[in-house]
Design a binder for this molecule. Structure first.
Ligand SMILES: [Zn+2]
Length: 83
């Protein structure tokens, strides 16, 4: 005989641990989409800073003109104070 099996289980329980848009979100420097660094699949280290992307296309676009997107990302960070 097993113990109690009547524990309440809801599918959403696992998603309650964090907010969707907390302060830890990074911005895709190419298209501006918020990307969760913890689950980001596409990422590039450039000059000591990690950049996260929503998809392969954005990552490749960054790879082609890293300097241009890096400057844009820096401007945006100063404007919005995203750390
Ligand atoms: Zn993107």
């Amino acid at each position: 005989m097993e113990g109690r099996q009547g524990l309440p289980k809801r599918a959403s329980d696992g998603f309650k641990s964090g907010r969707a848009f907390g302060p830890a979100m990074a911005l895709d420097p190419v298209c501006g989409t918020p990307v969760n660094p913890h689950s980001a699949f596409w990422m590039i280290w450039y000059k000591g800073t990690p950049y996260y992307f929503c998809g392969e296309e954005c990552q490749m676009a960054f790879d082609r003109k890293p300097e241009e997107y890096r400057e844009r990302a820096l401007e945006r960070r100063e404007n919005e104070r995203i750390y």
